[in-house]
Design a protein around this ligand. Structure first.
Ligand SMILES: Oc1ccc(S)c(O)c1
Ligand SMILES: [Zn+2]
Length: 244
């Protein structure tokens, strides 16, 4: 079935059958060994200007929990760093594990984090998101690692609270007045490379900006994420875990 997922019969090893680029040379995620990374002193800092009013809905698409923003004009944008011009915020979503010792997609110096949040932006010089997917500089994703600890970032609270409304596949609920820049860690230090979606369509259109400093979530917050289901409400319960 073309319904890709993370099971043995539809997981990453199968994706190339419907998305041949999955066997491409610029596929994400990757492992980063900080000693092999080259510092580029010409890279400026990245920055955002997000409008909290652009937040629209939160949804469960059966693979992740996604918060969607109004990207019909340059309302919430990312710029600087490796990017030329403004990139429009479209959505953010999260990948996580079945236990705290794994769940991130990128691996840093051998460390797998409990989860990885992707803030997805696209280059409006390509008219729409579908067009941007076909360009090497079409999409910019800020990746934030989530680490489990006992001094959680209070800003994650709002997302976890709304999860109760989107427990099963296809559920969507209003999610308004939210500025996702409150999720950023203190440091703006980042690694950047050219890669791809880590899910189908696996297009190699992403300029990754991976933040070096993780943010902290609580064990209860991770349990809340793991309480999401990949099934629709009329189907047998299957937990949404290991969507990395
Ligand atoms: O638009 C996107 C969807 C999924 C993933 S993993 C992205 O990085 C971007
Ligand atoms: Zn992602």
């Amino acid at each position: 079935s073309s319904q890709w997922g993370y099971d043995t019969d539809n997981g990453p090893d199968h994706w190339h059958k419907y998305y041949p680029i999955a066997k491409g040379d610029n596929q994400s995620p990757i492992e980063i060994n900080s000693k092999d990374v080259q510092h580029d002193p010409t890279l400026p800092p990245w920055s955002v200007a997000y409008d909290p009013g652009a937040a629209k809905t939160i949804l469960n698409n059966g693979r992740t929990c996604r918060v969607v923003f109004d990207d019909t004009f340059d309302r919430s944008v990312l710029r600087g760093g490796p990017l030329q011009g403004n990139y429009r915020l479209r959505q953010f979503h999260i990948h996580w594990g079945s236990s705290d010792d794994h769940g991130s997609e990128h691996v840093i110096d051998g460390v797998k984090y409990a989860a990885e949040l992707h803030m997805v932006h696209w280059n409006p010089k390509y008219s729409n998101f579908a067009g941007a997917l076909k360009q090497p500089d079409g999409v910019a994703v800020v990746g934030i690692f989530l680490q489990v600890g006992n001094t959680p970032k209070p800003e994650m609270k709002r997302i976890l609270e709304e999860i109760d409304n989107v427990k099963t596949k296809g559920k969507e609920a209003p999610f308004t007045n939210f500025d996702p820049s409150i999720l950023f860690p203190k440091s703006r230090d980042y690694w950047t490379y050219h890669g791809s979606f880590t899910t189908p369509p696996c297009e190699e259109c992403i300029i990754w900006i991976l933040l070096r400093e993780p943010i902290v979530v609580s064990p209860d917050q991770m349990a809340k994420l793991r309480s999401l289901s990949i099934n629709a409400e009329t189907e047998p319960v299957r937990p949404m875990v290991d969507n990395w």
